[in-house]
Every structure is written in structure tokens, then in C-alpha cells.
Design a protein around this ligand. Structure first.
Ligand code: LLP
Length: 404
């Protein structure tokens, strides 16, 4: 994605031309960027060839998952719906792991029937339930136990998951008890220790600490884990000033760990695979000035893209056409929803805009469309996949009549 002849362009098509054909607002993704991300991710860890399970929650578009599958990735799912979409995309069940603190009996039963690789359990009650259902079905089930390593991921508090105060996983004491519980069960095969300490992690230290804790625990127990699932969480640069996660360091730490413990590593990346592949394109409906501000009122809103309203996240926001000699202004980019939190970003020194201009909100591929809703009776946006100069509609714009 770059400016070609001053026009914001995805692969070989300007967003202006896409908008002419499909109307606004819309999500669009670059296939090239997706491919590049997957190849990069794989190459960073190729020395121990992990199983990479794409975190479906970050983007649930079946066509994108199909593309991801072609590179051999599996899936990390957290609900029956996500498991169904992963299977529909053709992902091999033996590459699917199921995480989540509240799997229902129905979800567990479905996962067992589909013979997925692992159900990563997060409490004693859940393990008992998996045990009960597997006995009924007279099946042996491969499970993991998610450890809460009480490690601060040093990211936003809303997306931190590895501290004692968070609902995720079990503490060391329970973990050790549960290993013994699994040992006496004929139906449960404890194959995996899993962790996931949070999302949008840019600092290596939390990962290093997490590995140390896992190492210590494994040393304490007489159990061989075939898999160590390290979760996802690798952050991306939303803004130029964001630091970059040092993958080499992380890889080095894991290799050190693997010298001692011979297990297969599983990763569950979402954002690092799909985050920077997507752009939300929106048109300015009105520009409204008061004494203090100029509001740019877009046709996209917080229901279409929640991250700014939900986490105070800021995403690069760019004009569809760069105009050099325009005067510079301060703008607050907002949506039409009846809440003051429906605001994308405030920017100073932005090129002067006019009504009907197009705006690109960048890096929305992860937790963009998947977090969107119909709030204010607004139909869901279409999704387009760009490959060179080819545009494929991978989700149609929802029709108002479907909401009525
Ligand atoms: N595995 C588990 C068990 C998870 O809970 C998550 C994300 C992932 C993997 C993938 O993490 P990633 O590689 O994408 O960081 N809506 C928030 C992010 C929530 C993440 C929830 N769990 C956001 O927009 O920042």
C-alpha cells in the first residue's frame, strides 16, 4: 500500500477506483501483504518449524482463511462458530487448537467429534467436563492445560491475559494438580502446556519471563509435553514511533528452551499475520466546524471499526489523494453514531479536506471487521481482496433488508 501518482493505492488499484465500483465504506485487503507476512513469520522461526495456528478471532473471513490455509497454517479457535469457519475454509482438524475460558458442553462435544488437535482447557471444571464427555463418547482426547504465568505483557490492560488478576488459565498450583488428574484418566491425554499472555506485545522481556516460568514448571513435573503452545500476541507497528518486536531474540530464547525440553512449538498469531493487510476506506459526509474544532464526519463509524473507541487505539489515517500545496488543518475524524466515543482520531497539520473526499484508515486487518457490529442498525461492510489489479469481493455488503 503506497501512494502512486499521489493516489493511495493497494497493489495496483487506487482506493478511489475501488470506491467508484463498490461504494463506501469498505474493508479491503492486500493479498501480497498477507503472503509476505506469512512467509516472514515462518522464516523467523524456521529453525524449529512450529505449528502456526492463525487466531481466527482476528479475522473471520472464510476467503481470507482459505488463503492462509494454502500456506499450511492451522487455526486457533475460541468458539463453535470459529471452529466451524476454520473447517469450512478447509483447515485440517489436526492443525486446530481450541482455546477459551468458557467452552460449553456443546462446543466441547463438537470439537471432540471433529477430532481436532487439542482442546486447551482453562480450569478444573472444564477438564472434568471434557473427561465426562469423552467417557460418554468412549474416546481418547488430546488436551492442553493453559497456564497463567502471572506475567505482565506490558501492553494495554484490556488485552493483557497473563496476570493472576486475569480470568485466563490456571495458576501453577492448580496446573500441577491437574496434571495428576489427567494421569489417572483413561480418556484424557495431556499433550500440551499452553500460554498466551496478551496481545500487541512489542517488548521481548515478557516473553522471556514467560519461557522461564514454563521451564521451571516443566522441571518440577514428571510429564512429557508433546506440544508447548506459546499463544500469539506479537505486536505490529501501528505508528512510526511504535517499537518493533525483536523476533530474533524471541527465537533465540525459544531455541534455548528447546535444547532442554524437546517439544513441538505451537504459535497462535492473529494480528502479526493479518493486521497490516487491511484498510478501511470511508467517505467524508460532512465537515462541521465549531469554535474549537473541525469535525470530519465519515460514513464509517465505531460499529464498523471499534479499536479506537474500545482501546483508545490510534490508526494511521490518510487522504486518498495527496495534495501538496493545500493548507494544513487540524481535524477530528468521527463517525455518525450517537456517542461521543465514536471518534477515530484527532490529527494536526493534515492537508485541507473537503466533503466527499476519501479517507483510508490503515492496519485494520486484525480485530477490524471481526469486532464490528450492527449498532445503530448499520449494515456490515463489504470486504474486498486485492491481488495485483484484481478485486475479489470476499464478503458482500450486508443489506438493510436483512436487518429489518
Ligand atoms: N491466542 C489466544 C488464546 C488469544 O486470546 C489471542 C488473542 C490470540 C491467540 C491472538 O493474539 P494476537 O496474535 O492477535 O495478538 N481485540 C483486541 C485484541 C484481543 C486479542 C484477544 N486474544 C485488539 O483489537 O487489540
Amino acid at each position: 500500500m503506497r501512494y502512486i501518482n499521489k493516489k493511495f493505492t493497494i497493489e495496483k488499484i487506487s482506493i478511489e477506483n475501488i470506491a467508484k465500483k463498490f461504494g463506501t465504506p469498505f474493508y479491503c485487503y492486500s493479498y501480497y501483504q498477507l503472503k509476505k507476512n506469512i512467509i516472514n513469520f515462518k522464516s523467523k522461526f524456521k529453525s524449529f518449524s512450529p505449528l502456526i495456528c492463525f487466531a481466527i478471532k482476528s479475522n473471520t473471513n472464510v476467503n481470507l482463511i482459505k488463503e492462509i490455509k494454502k500456506f499450511g497454517l492451522g487455526a486457533d479457535v475460541v468458539s463453535m462458530g470459529e471452529l466451524m469457519i476454520a473447517l469450512k475454509a478447509g483447515i485440517n482438524p489436526k492443525k486446530i487448537v481450541f482455546s477459551g475460558v468458557g467452552k460449553t458442553s456443546k462446543e466441547i462435544s463438537f470439537a471432540i467429534d471433529k477430532n481436532i488437535l487439542l482442546i486447551n482447557a482453562e480450569s478444573k471444571s472444564e477438564i472434568q467436563e471434557i473427561h465426562r464427555i469423552s467417557k460418554l463418547k468412549n474416546k481418547k482426547i488430546q488436551i492442553g492445560i493453559r497456564l497463567n504465568p502471572n506475567t505482565d505483557a506490558k501492553t494495554l490492560k484490556q488485552i493483557s491475559t497473563g496476570k493472576e488478576e486475569n480470568k485466563f488459565g490456571v495458576n501453577e498450583k492448580t496446573f500441577l494438580e491437574l496434571i495428576n488428574y489427567c494421569k489417572i484418566s483413561k480418556n484424557l491425554q495431556l499433550k500440551c502446556l499452553s500460554v498466551h499472555i496478551g496481545s500487541q506485545i512489542l517488548d521481548n522481556k515478557p516473553y522471556k519471563k514467560m519461557l522461564k516460568i514454563i521451564d521451571k514448571i516443566i522441571d518440577k513435573v514428571d510429564h512429557k509435553f508433546e506440544f508447548i503452545d506459546l499463544g500469539g500476541g506479537m505486536g505490529i507497528s501501528y505508528n512510526q514511533k511504535d517499537k518493533k518486536l525483536n523476533y530474533n531474540e524471541y527465537c533465540k530464547e525459544i531455541k534455548k528452551f528447546l535444547k532442554k525440553h524437546k517439544s513441538k512449538i505451537i504459535f497462535e498469531p492473529g494480528r502479526s499475520i493479518i493486521g497490516n493487510t487491511g484498510v478501511l476506506v470511508s467517505k467524508i459526509i460532512y465537515i462541521k466546524k465549531n469554535k474549537r474544532k473541525s469535525f470530519v464526519i465519515l460514513d464509517a463509524a465505531m460499529n464498523d471499526f471499534m479499536r479506537p473507541a474500545l482501546y483508545g487505539a490510534s490508526h494511521r489515517t490518510l487522504p486518498s489523494e495527496r495534495k501538496k500545496n493545500k493548507s494544513r488543518k487540524s481535524y477530528e475524524f468521527v463517525g455518525p453514531i450517537c456517542e461521543s466515543t465514536d471518534k477515530f482520531i484527532s490529527l494536526k497539520n493534515f492537508q485541507e479536506l473537503k466533503e466527499k473526499d476519501l479517507i483510508a484508515i490503515c492496519d485494520v486487518g486484525a480485530y477490524g471487521m471481526s469486532l464490528s457490529s450492527n449498532y445503530n442498525m448499520r449494515p456490515k461492510l463489504p470486504e474486498l481482496l486485492i491481488k495485483g489489479s484484481n478485486i475479489k469481493v470476499i464478503r458482500k455488503r450486508q443489506k438493510l433488508k436483512d436487518l429489518l
